[in-house]
Design a protein around this ligand. Structure first.
Ligand SMILES: C[S@@+](CC[C@H](N)C(=O)[O-])C[C@H]1O[C@@H](n2cnc3c(N)ncnc32)[C@H](O)[C@@H]1O
Length: 387
């Protein structure tokens, strides 16, 4: 029987991690306790940081062991521990495997409690197990903006003009000699060729100040794709001149690099997250993450990854995995782990009979299986996530 999309193990994550197979997971995404000062039995700041790091270090070391060579880990964190966590991640995963420190705008209005600034973001620290082998692709089709492609061809396809000239000053006739040559173009018809033709003028690549530049395309490439080039008259700093542009097409599979600031309007906010959880099991967890955040993380990896969240809380990661599979037909599977941390007497969760956080995780993943699909299983030992 295939593994269900969602599997849950109740227990201390260090214990569960030690039982998972080496290299058995492609993607780890975790949201550990943020050390806001309540959970740790130290009154001074340094003692608190030390205690938090002592809790995290062995878990991050064990997490690295279970991560496949091609895998990556995303860790959510806020200002309390981001500096300490970054150094700890450098130590455990290696500075060379650092991929990004993403700013996640989860509270767009900003925190109004207390003094000082209205904090409106947290972070995601992203590391590869081995940057050289990592399959993470930090591009997406989602943030491609059709408005960036203002021109329309006769057949309706949208495009924009990019200078054929290399605008990076590092590339010039001294560093890229073979890319400095004359092309021939006719600004009236737009036609471009490497050979002169009736009505053509000679065009040399130049920077705005008139100094010699180079093209981005070689001669053979220009000969192969003349339909993707256009010759135009442009107004430059030194007056009008004739230049050559590439027609850069907006295709449906066009991708764009993900920026390192993720806005609430793109991925959801803490308010969205509370509403998502409420719709499935009630208002039973204080600071869940929005599924949009995890779905964006999932988009950076292949659609059949094995995901692990060993600080699962309300089960957002498992929910996002099911939503992503349902949407794109992927075959991702997710192992969620949470301890049987008691819920606060009098809280919504406790009154709903969810006496531990593990009960909350289970309740949500069960509801996800019912509403989104993909099945749910509870495992006890976890090595192969039981059968
Ligand atoms: C910040 S919450 C995660 C919230 C989650 N991202 C969500 O969207 O609901 C951290 C969770 O880690 C759990 N936790 C803390 N220490 C743990 C441990 N040693 N083993 C397993 N779970 C633990 C807590 O019970 C808590 O639910």
């Amino acid at each position: 029987m295939p593994r269900p999309w969602n599997v849950f193990v109740e227990g201390d994550n260090l214990d569960v991690l030690s039982r998972l197979g080496a290299g058995s997971v492609d993607l780890i995404t975790i949201d550990p306790p943020y050390n806001t000062g309540n959970g740790f039995a130290y009154t001074d700041r340094w003692g608190r940081h030390e205690a938090w790091l002592a809790m995290m270090r062995p878990r991050l070391v064990a997490a690295r062991e279970v991560l496949r060579e091609t895998g990556a880990i995303f860790v959510s964190i806020d200002d309390h521990e981001v500096a300490h966590l970054r150094l700890l991640m450098d130590e455990v995963y290696g500075e060379r495997n650092f991929l990004a420190q993403v700013v996640v705008n989860l509270n767009p209005k900003g925190r109004q409690l207390g003094g000082g600034f209205a904090t409106s973001h947290e972070y995601l620290l992203v590391y590869a197990r081995d940057a050289a082998q990592c399959v993470l692709d930090a591009t997406t089709t989602e943030t491609v903006d059709p408005a960036d492609f203002p021109l329309t061809a006769d057949d309706g396809r949208r495009y924009r003009h990019l200078p054929l000239r290399n605008t990076n000053k590092k590339f010039n006739p001294a560093t890229a000699r073979t890319l400095h040559f004359a092309v021939h173009g006719d600004p009236a018809s737009g036609r471009v060729s490497t050979a002169p033709f009736t009505g053509s003028v000679e065009v040399l690549p130049v920077f705005g100040d008139g100094s010699p530049a180079v093209w981005r395309w070689s001669r053979p490439r220009i000969d192969e794709r003349p339909g993707d080039l256009v010759c135009r008259v442009v107004a430059g700093r030194l007056g009008e001149r004739v230049d050559v542009f590439q027609k850069d097409w907006l295709s449906p599979d066009r991708r764009k690099k993900l920026r390192t600031i993720w806005l609430a309007e793109e991925i959801g906010s803490t308010d969205t997250a509370v509403a998502e959880l409420k719709a499935l099991v009630g208002q039973v967890f204080e600071s869940p993450k929005p599924t949009g955040l995890t779905r964006r993380i999932l988009q950076t990896m292949p659609d059949d990854v094995t995901v692990l969240d060993f600080f699962a809380g309300s089960g957002t990661t498992g929910h996002a995995v099911a939503l992503a599979n349902a949407e794109d037909g992927g075959r991702r599977t997710c192992l969620s782990v949470n301890s049987a941390e008691p819920t606060r007497p009098g809280s919504h969760a406790h009154r709903a009979g969810l006496l531990t956080v593990a009960d909350i995780t289970r309740a949500r993943l069960r509801a996800v299986a019912e509403t989104v699909g993909g099945g749910f299983r509870e495992a006890t030992r976890a090595p192969g996530w039981d059968a």
